[in-house]
Write a protein that binds this ligand. Sequence first.
Ligand SMILES: Cc1cc2nc3c(=O)[nH]c(=O)nc-3n(C[C@H](O)[C@H](O)[C@H](O)COP(=O)(O)O)c2cc1C
Ligand SMILES: [Fe+2]
Ligand SMILES: [Fe+2]
Length: 395
Amino acid sequence: MNISEISNRIYYAGVNNRTSELFEELWPIPHGVSYNSYVVVGDKIALIDTVPACYCIKFLYKIADIIGNKNIDYLVINHMEPDHSGAIQIIRNHFPEIKIIGNNKTAEMIQGYYGISDNIIVVKENDTIDLGAGKTMRFTMTPMVHWPETMMTYIENDKFLFSGDAFGCYGALNGAVTDDVAYTDDYIPEMYRYYSNIVAKYGVMVQNALKKLAPLEIGYICPTHGPVWHKRSKEIIDIYSSLSRYEAEPGVVIAYGSMYGNTEELVEKIAWELSQSGVKKIKIHNLSHTNVSFVLADIMRYKGLIIGGPTYSNSLFPAVDNLVKAIKLREIKNRSFAYFGSFTWAPAVTKRIEAEIEHLKIDVVASPFNMKQAPNPDIAEACRILAQNMAAAVL
Ligand SMILES: Cc1cc2nc3c(=O)[nH]c(=O)nc-3n(C[C@H](O)[C@H](O)[C@H](O)COP(=O)(O)O)c2cc1C
Ligand SMILES: [Fe+2]
Ligand SMILES: [Fe+2]
């Protein structure tokens, strides 16, 4: 219906999902998500990435709107995750002559997922395929951003980078595709969230990818989710660069669980003391109410992190346990950290958190403590010291 030419015979062929509650059945997507695919028209035609299998019909109509009854010569698979590879079979059925382009790891996955082993062109770092009419595709391997087979495709003349999940974000597209036309400020927090939920563990690999991209002149960044970045492309690369190095702003996240409110009182006390010490950005999350997805995004953004929670069956309160494990999984680094617990008969919180964070490169800035039953003056003093140390560490 709508033919969206991004620039110079490069078209958008993606779809929007505004019905799923959760991305990967894990991460809330209140504003939906897009699965982006692109059509590059030279003398030959290439399709870059596909969409989830359930959107195949819509996808074929979109492609037909763009190319009419022409053939697609190549399907470039930058990433094999099924939200991008799901339409491979139907595209092959539709265009039986099509050649699938991927690297050796892609080829193995295409065989495993879809039983396809013929008509595959295996490319290596810096290989090129010329579509004619000034459209040469160059391939760059970017392993673990965020699967082992991930690669990027660059069109030299047009300075287009098809980046896979990198530089992508949650949020369906609302009409326009590029940031020249669409209002994109609302996508930026969703980029932090997408990165912290899905990519954060692979910071080193993201840096390696950024090093490879550094010599390229990049006009348009075409990710597999979210808007196409053009006027903001430098800013978007800077965000990724900063996130992959675990850089942070001077603020503090306090994430807690509390059943009866005693632990929560300490949170209020600590937040007040932080504010008295000059910390302006203080983000408090009750982990029973805020999905860990949003908490992780704030943790990736701010320098300070404080976690508190009740002892629960000689272990951590489940919502707190979930967050601590999510932090450990992502090997979050360069943070100033403090933690405390509460209990009624036998404390378990601080020793459990200590065990979980043992190998993380984070600074514990205050002595962990456990409150017995309810706040008292000694505990209030421990909160004040914790907050002062944290303020000194992040400001
Ligand atoms: C299901 C359940 C299990 C608990 N397990 C323990 C425990 O193993 N050790 C302990 O000292 N307190 C345990 N408690 C008590 C709470 O940890 C304690 O009351 C805590 O301080 C409550 O903090 P809150 O007021 O912030 O919810 C348990 C409470 C519940 C409801
Ligand atoms: Fe992915
Ligand atoms: Fe994806």
